[in-house]
Design a protein. Structure first.
Length: 318
């Protein structure tokens, strides 16, 4: 980014996205060189996420350096955008003025889904012929993928299948565990192109978001898969507290369960399984209507434009 900035005409403002912190830092350096205001866009809390997932890293010198970069980026930002409203609490705790922090959620891009595979293609490819629970996205420590296998094993005598589509550092381990434990109602496949995700999800009955129980999520969470699930018009089950992700609660499109309470999770899956199809469809529709109304590309783009104009106005009036 820094090298590219040297050959471009001077912009009016520079934006940098974190994570990763180095990316935002490059944008900050560019803004200093060009003498332009800097806006940081915070999509995740680093290095806080690293510490929660790997507590042994807390006193590592590398982590201390990341904390320094985090504070530097916050201090030097003329405005800070956060995708989860409760991120504000964390940033304010670093001594940052709340007035320069702006909440702009992730948004949905319905016009970006231009599938090249029909709905029936995925139904046949993945042999979807009974009630199916789907998980799509990263397969890593933060995503708690082993929980999906635990749920499936408890429901192995029910006519319920689990489909995992994704990549990540734990994918190979999950594949081995499925094979070694002979878990027959779970299938795992590679990620499919984003443009086709809605046509895949059209075939499933319940969408799943699993996370670990960690203090990090007290600031909230806003996984991209949630927006895909809601746009697909499917009921959703999140293994987290309602206050960690209020989209499902506010729209009434799904359920929450404690990630450490397997009985509660299994019971919730069975609750959705036993619901009449029209009730599941209505629940999914509420999510789709909600996300299109409040989190469209246009409405959140207007908010971003407002933050940019406000930042430029403050700089001009200094």
């Amino acid at each position: 980014m820094y090298r590219v900035g040297r050959i471009l005409e001077k912009p009016d403002i520079i934006m940098g996205v974190s994570p990763q912190l180095i990316t935002a830092l490059s944008a900050l350096f560019l803004s200093i060189k060009l003498k332009k205001p800097f806006i940081s866009d915070i999509l995740d809390l680093w290095p806080e996420s690293l510490i929660q997932l790997k507590p042994e890293m807390k006193h590592n010198p590398y982590t201390w350096f990341l904390y320094y970069l985090e504070r530097l980026i916050y201090r030097k930002s003329k405005s800070i955008i956060v995708c989860v409203e409760k991120f504000k609490n964390h940033i304010v705790s670093k001594g940052i003025d709340e007035k320069k922090i702006h909440f702009i959620s992730n948004c949905t891009y319905p016009n970006h889904f231009t599938p090249d595979k029909p709905v029936e293609y995925y139904k046949e490819k993945y042999k979807i012929n009974r009630f199916t629970v789907a998980y799509t996205g990263a397969i890593g420590v933060a995503n708690n993928p082993y929980l999906i296998l635990d749920i499936a094993k408890r429901l192995e005598n029910q006519p319920i299948d689990f489909l995992i589509l994704g990549e990540g550092p734990l994918r190979e381990e999950i594949e081995k565990k499925i094979e070694n434990d002979n878990i027959k109602n779970v299938k795992i496949y590679k990620t499919i192109p984003k443009r086709n995700i809605l046509n895949f999800l059209a075939n499933v009955d319940l969408c799943l978001i699993t996370v670990n129980k960690t203090e990090l999520y007290k600031y909230g969470l806003s996984p991209n898969k949630l927006f895909d699930y809601m746009l697909a018009g499917k009921p959703i089950l999140i293994t987290a507290k309602p206050e960690y992700s209020e989209f499902v609660k506010d729209s009434g499109c799904g359920f929450y369960a404690d990630p450490e309470n397997l009985d509660e999770i299994v019971s919730t899956v069975m609750k959705v399984y036993n619901m009449p199809k029209n009730e599941r469809e209505e629940m999914g529709k509420r999510g789709k209507d909600y996300i299109l109304k409040f989190y469209s590309e246009q409405s959140l783009g207007d908010k971003l434009e407002e933050v940019i104009n406000q930042t430029l106005s403050e700089v001009t009036n200094c």
